[in-house]
Design a protein around this ligand. Structure first.
Ligand code: KIV
Length: 272
């Protein structure tokens, strides 16, 4: 038996149990082998291969351009670096909104070609047929409500969602719909804390918040934001744990100086 298979893996049941026990769930994004390995070793329960790769890896302004093939490339890389965490891969924009058959085909490609454990889709009632069809094929689905970045051109801004009563009521109804369709969890992005708390209390599946306050079942952040690589992005909900932008700049600037001054490589760094 390999060391990898000895590790107690996180499953959707683990997350359900954590909600029941009141233990908070930690989730972070990752997009590549090396960082996934560190994130997994640090004890994160859920790794999200987010379509935020479109922003932080590919440099696009929105999440819309990333393709299914690109998500599969990132997903497979993360799976190779992970032993314990549950791995969820975002279905990218355009790979599931057409109809439920297209959605199922996209989800099947992700599961087969990456080895991930679940997929995430944005939306509620509008995509419920697709959610049901994917779940009926045995693929676990995480929902995503509130600020859904794939709909940014409909919203027009990245400001807090569901402040008005009608949108808040729809969000609660959508959360219940996703729960009854069989989703194992739902992300709540950038909504008022009180609304997130209400949803969390009214559904039995775990809620994972980003900009949704403390009274949810878990938290998610984009890894590059937490590490301070994307230093120009400063939303109120973000806590930076490092300033890697400056650290990396310092290290690379020093390397440039060392190369130019012939300080690098020295004798110990060269072969005879
Ligand atoms: O793509 C992503 O990183 C996400 C999180 C912000 C939840 O969907």
């Amino acid at each position: 038996m390999s060391i990898k298979s000895d590790v107690r893996k996180i499953t959707t049941n683990t997350l359900q149990q954590m909600k029941q026990n009141g233990e908070k769930i930690s989730m972070l994004t990752a997009y590549d082998f090396s960082l996934a390995r560190i994130v997994d070793s640090a004890g994160i329960e859920v790794i999200l291969v987010g379509d935020s790769a479109s922003n932080v890896i590919a440099g696009h302004e929105t999440t819309l351009p990333i393709t299914l093939d690109q998500m599969i490339y990132h997903g497979a890389s993360v799976v190779r670096g992970t032993s314990r965490a549950l791995i969820v891969v975002d279905l990218p924009f355009g790979s599931y909104q057409g109809n439920s058959r297209e959605a199922l085909n996209s989800a099947i490609r992700i599961m087969k070609e990456t080895g991930a454990h679940a997929v995430k889709l944005e939306g509620g009632a509008e995509i419920i047929d697709s959610v049901e069809r994917i779940i009926s094929a045995g693929i676990p689905v995480m929902g995503h409500l509130g600020l859904t970045p794939q709909s940014i051109y409909k919203f027009g801004t990245y400001t807090v969602r569901a402040k008005e009563e009608a949108e808040a009521e729809k969000l609660i109804a959508d959360a219940k719909l996703l729960e009854s369709a069989g989703c194992f969890s739902v992300v709540l992005e950038k909504i008022p804390s009180q609304l997130a708390e209400k949803v969390t209390n009214e559904i039995s599946i775990p809620t994972i918040g980003i900009g949704a306050g403390p009274n949810v079942d878990g938290q998610v952040l984009v890894l590059h934001d937490l590490l301070g690589i994307t230093h120009e992005f400063n939303p109120r909900f973000l806590r930076r744990y490092l300033n890697l932008h400056d650290e990396i700049m310092g290290a690379i600037s020093k390397y440039v100086v060392d190369v130019k001054s012939l300080d690098f490589p020295n004798e110990n760094e060269s072969y005879n």
